[in-house]
Design a protein around this ligand. Sequence first.
Ligand SMILES: Cc1cc2nc3c(=O)[nH]c(=O)nc-3n(C[C@H](O)[C@H](O)[C@H](O)COP(=O)(O)OP(=O)(O)OC[C@H]3O[C@@H](n4cnc5c(N)ncnc54)[C@H](O)[C@@H]3O)c2cc1C
Length: 400
Amino acid sequence: MIWDVVIIGGGPVGNFSGYLSASFGLKVAILEEHGNIGEPIHCLGKLSVHAFNEFSLPTNSILSPLKGAYFFSPSGKEIKLKKEREDSYILDRIEFDKNLGEMAEKKGVRIIFNAKAFDVNHFKGYSEIYFKEKERINKIKARLIIDAEGAKRQFLRNLGLYQRPYLVGLQYEISGIPLRDSECVELYFGKKYSKGFFAWVSPLKDDLTKIGVSVLPHNNPKIYLENLILKIKERTNHFIIEKKYGGIIPIYGPYEMFIPPNLLIVGDACGFNKSTTGGGIYFGLKGAKIAVNQIYKYLETGNLNFLKAYPKLIKNSFGKELFFTGLVRRFLNKLSDDNLEEIWDIILDNSWIIKKLEEKGDTAYQTSIFSVIPSLISNPKSLRSIKFIPLLLKSFFESI
Ligand SMILES: Cc1cc2nc3c(=O)[nH]c(=O)nc-3n(C[C@H](O)[C@H](O)[C@H](O)COP(=O)(O)OP(=O)(O)OC[C@H]3O[C@@H](n4cnc5c(N)ncnc54)[C@H](O)[C@@H]3O)c2cc1C
């Protein structure tokens, strides 16, 4: 049998791609290397309200609504941004992924578990994908392949594609930490808390919180997380570490999205993540929708131009956001702790910036920050920020 679409990876983006493809009436199979959907978990699970508004996803995985964040400078100065309404949710990531798997299966998608794809061969009109299923080598035929294998890109590396830039994340689920505000995450910046990113404390549910950190490769995230734990001990000594897990986060995407003749890449596998926060679920789902629309048109007509158009459509849809967050990540990673303190001072001296960000800011669409630029330039109290322009320009030229 030749399947219309075979998807590598049963994460949220793979399952959602399967669900959308099957909704078009296509015959779809998903290869998932693990025995269950959603496990092992690696993510914080913060997802913008936009995802629920745009894709009518089941809401039973929502654990905590979030309205904002505390941003802590290296010395502990705090900026609190809190919106009137929730702008995102903390999810039970295992439940969320399972929901998407069930949506796909209900539409007729076949999920093949313990099936790790490792190679492909192309023939006229179809491809054979080879996978290991409990030590046996098996194959499956497809007219079209979607790679949704996530950040590790094992399958793509076997095809000779490089690993792209990434961060290494580590998280602990902890009970017993009193939060500053149960509707806000806490973000800790500076060299003590991370090399190349930040550390976080987030509500999860009831008495549970998730604390975590991401760092550039070749740094040990545990060292930085221990510093965060020391900080937390200023609040309480009575907490219990319930679970520990980690994972990697792609940055500076998007990477190659179409490999001729018939392979489209989606989600973390091609870096649909915001380099500022690591978030990849929302743009992953958005990208899946664009990919599947193109796939359907291609399979209906045989016109390869529909697949070729996919990267451009992604760039038109949220390429600006990926570019901008990449630029900001490069900029932030050039700043010393003293520079970060100066930025906190500028913002704290100009409380209108906080108000404007609370009003106009959007964690999913971070270019919304542009709304503060005209006032920033025209406000004499914020003129100190001009000294950062050379570093911003440097980051810009590195990003293009
Ligand atoms: C520490 C950390 C915190 C994060 N926090 C957030 C957050 O708060 N919000 C957010 O939006 N994003 C967050 N992310 C990123 C988020 O987890 C990803 O963007 C999201 O999971 C991407 O979904 P995906 O389906 O593309 O990939 P994945 O979720 O990685 O799924 C890929 C699937 O493919 C399977 N697979 C891999 N290789 C093969 C193969 N060769 N054959 C068969 N199956 C294969 C894997 O088992 C997995 O099930 C975080 C990531 C980390 C590491």
